[in-house]
Design a protein around this ligand. Sequence first.
Ligand code: AP5
Length: 192
Amino acid sequence: MRIVLLGAPGSGKGTQAKLMVERLGLLHISTGVLLRNAAKRGTELGLKAKSIIDRGELVPDDIMSDMVEERLGREDVADGFILDGYPRNLAQAKSLDTMLERLGKPANQAIQIDVDLEQLIERIARRAKEQGRADDSGEVVRNRMRVYHEQTAPVIDYYANRGLLTHVLGDGRVEEVLERILSVLNVNHAPA
Ligand code: AP5
């Protein structure tokens, strides 16, 4: 399975992807994690990305497509993957299609996790207190939401028009959301 996981900041993409890895044995590729790791390592790309992330803006498309293409070119993606955080605008969606076609591994499912704005803000505020993630504070969160609505939301229609999209309600317990996703994927619900 090659799955594109979509949703606003705080919708649970990372949380669900981790659980899907356990249940489905797929590889989780999170561009947010790749960027934060590069920033921690202090690479040139990482440091450039950090200043952009800390403002809640998108890292330029050429940097992102190089990063994702490199990751998708490795052998461990052979058994399938969950892409979390990419694509984030229409240019990235088109670029991803080209990459996957070239690799002979087109996406077969896009899942949009829907959560209302009030809950998103609550979850991010809680994480800010618990984990102190730099881009989880006031004005930056508002900017991330604005960027999501302006640039990322059109990607939902992109996948809908290609017949690949299913919406999943992202509220309720984490396990309930997972069951909804597994049901979309037609995966046995019994715990592994
Ligand atoms: P990224 O790391 O991708 O952040 P994001 O999309 O803003 O997503 P979040 O990590 O905030 O949320 P999530 O949906 O993964 O939810 P989570 O499971 O963590 O990107 C960060 C930045 O990197 C971007 O702003 C951008 O600058 C840059 N970037 C990344 N990709 C890029 C790209 N392709 N192009 C350009 N720039 C890019 O859950 C959130 C919280 O809620 C957690 O605390 C979790 O425990 C909790 N939670 C989850 N599910 C539930 C539930 N059901 N009930 C209660 N709490 C829950």
